[in-house]
Design a protein. Structure first.
Length: 183
């Protein structure tokens, strides 16, 4: 009987408030989640959770600051990458990096010769504009590829067996590895 009362008290005192706090924190991710939405819903949940983690670990964490600081920075970088993949903002990142603006033009539609009910979509950009946009697009694809590798590394973490000496662990440790992000 005493155990049941204690368990009910724990539910009311800790579990229920934590449940409502989680509902509040994940409200946007819950609202936007669609089972057919691909990675967007998953990345939204991950970004929200890791953002909450790094804020709380940074403010209240009891770990030594040298390693905690590296972990917090890795978490912040992962949140940035998750948001970038979620919003698919690679063109914008390439524009900022290159100092160039992607040129958007309307398309025109012309009926096809063999079937007038079908239309052909024709770009109205010039060859110079296409070449300009191609530079930005290539850089955006490269940013996405590099970002994906970094995202996986931040989640996976380092291979500690390759560290040269245990005494130099903090020098070699980069803060990555989601399995070690706890306080």
């Amino acid at each position: 009987m005493k155990y049941k009362l204690q368990r009910y008290w724990e539910i009311l005192r800790h579990d229920l408030p934590n449940f409502f706090r989680s509902l509040w924190i994940f409200r946007k991710a819950l609202w936007n989640y669609k089972w057919y939405g691909g990675h967007h819903g998953v990345f939204d949940f991950m970004s929200t959770a890791i953002s909450d983690m790094h804020t709380r670990i940074e403010e209240r964490g009891i770990e030594e600051w040298i390693s905690k600081g590296k972990k917090v920075e890795a978490m912040k970088r992962l949140v940035y990458l998750l948001d970038m993949f979620n919003k698919e903002s690679f063109i914008e990142e390439a524009e900022k990096e290159l100092g160039m603006q992607y040129i958007y033009r309307d398309f025109k539609f012309e009926p096809t010769e063999d079937n007038p009910e079908l239309y052909l979509m024709i770009s109205t950009t010039t060859k110079e504009e296409d070449a300009h946009n191609d530079i930005i697009s290539k850089r955006a694809r490269k940013i996405a590829k590099e970002g994906w590798k970094e995202l996986i590394h931040l989640i996976q973490g380092q291979d500690y067996s390759k560290f040269s000496k245990k005494s130099e662990f903090l020098d070699q440790f980069d803060g990555s590895g989601i399995r070690g992000w706890w306080d």
